[in-house]
Design a protein around this ligand. Structure first.
Ligand code: F6P
Length: 323
């Protein structure tokens, strides 16, 4: 049966993530192979409101997939939260005769698509794109692997100087209220302690360990930005139990979000882009394209709109190495 889909719109929304461009390329290539037109919607839902679309050529996209960020640009759209904004978006869909939308982003992006689906029957598929790895229904989100690799590189560099000076470093990583980036980068760098939002006990482990630290080596603490304590509070707690240490704070910040995608994120982008486009062609809607146990999987968007908690194995590793 021939598909009714003639024109797909694609957008990236929320925080950019390395690998988004690979996913856009894969959608462009798959759509092109099926004779389907693909338009990029610029700046996420903002572009849908402002009718800001551009044609996407798969050959052009192929050359750009090694780039970090998103060539479609992105935004966290306030305007799309209003009925007015959503109605304008609907007009753009009608004017451009879009038959389906593929939306790449995190839970905010999926919430946006669910809101749109309340006022329109347009089929849509989501692709999980966020460095935080906090979306259920997929082993990994696009950008997580690259962000962890960037964090690891930075923490390794910090270790060199920390060892030279016998210093304590408190390194803050991103992840919003998820501990995945912190745990993966911290374990990979042999951190002495890792503070995650998912645990209240980790601070006690850190304070106990650092109390006996004799300033004869580096001491690396990786902490997640979403931890219940911030870096300054942790630093003052540390100083209270061990007043003689030489401590520095490093917040890695947006460095983790930029940069070239890892090969793993490029492959994930390609796999999810193909899966999402085929799903649209096959008449699917309201689902997220992910990988579960490394197999392509489509899950209802509503079922993935809960926080991905740190899995049991990762939690065990954290306990084994850092209390
Ligand atoms: O969700 C991705 C993320 O990078 C989080 O890790 C971080 O808390 C947030 O976005 C930062 O957002 P912004 O770029 O809007 O400051």
């Amino acid at each position: 049966m021939a598909s009714d889909i003639k024109h797909i719109g694609i957008l990236t929304s929320g925080g950019d993530a390395p690998g988004m461009n690979a996913a856009v390329f894969a959608v462009a290539k798959t759509a092109n192979n099926h004779g389907i037109k693909l338009s990029g919607i610029r700046k996420g839902f903002e572009g849908l409101i402002d009718n800001d679309l551009l044609p996407l050529d798969p050959n052009e996209m192929q050359r750009l997939m090694h780039q970090g960020g998103t060539i479609l640009k992105t935004a966290r759209s306030e305007r799309f939260m209003s009925v007015q904004g959503q109605n304008k978006a609907l007009r753009t869909i009608e004017q451009n005769k879009l038959d389906a939308i593929i939306a790449i982003g995190g839970d905010g992006t999926f919430r946006g698509m669910l809101a749109l689906s309340k006022i329109s029957n347009i089929p849509f598929i989501g692709i999980p794109g966020t460095i935080d790895n906090d979306i259920a229904g997929t082993d990994y989100t696009l950008g997580f692997d690259s962000a962890v690799n960037t964090a690891v590189k930075c923490i390794d560099n910090i270790r060199d100087t920390a060892e030279s000076h016998n210093r304590v470093f408190l390194v803050e990583v991103m992840g919003r209220d998820s501990g995945y980036i912190g745990i993966h980068s911290g374990l990979s760098c042999g951190a002495d302690a890792i503070l995650v939002p998912e645990s209240n006990e980790d601070i006690n482990y850190l304070l106990h360990k650092i109390k006996h630290y004799n300033s004869e080596d580096a001491f690396i603490v990786v902490m997640c930005e979403g931890d219940e304590l911030n870096v300054e509070q942790v630093s003052s707690k540390i100083r209270k139990v061990n007043a003689h240490i030489d401590l520095r704070i490093a917040k890695l910040g947006h460095i983790q979000r930029g940069g070239k995608p890892s090969a793993q994120d490029r492959m994930l982008g390609i796999r999810l882009g193909v899966l999402a486009t085929k799903a649209i062609i096959n008449g699917e809607s309201g689902k997220m394209a992910g990988v579960c146990n490394n197999k392509p999987t489509l899950r209802p968007i509503k079922s993935v709109m809960k926080k991905q908690s740190v899995d049991a194995e990762t939690q065990d590793l954290l306990t084994l190495f850092c209390g």
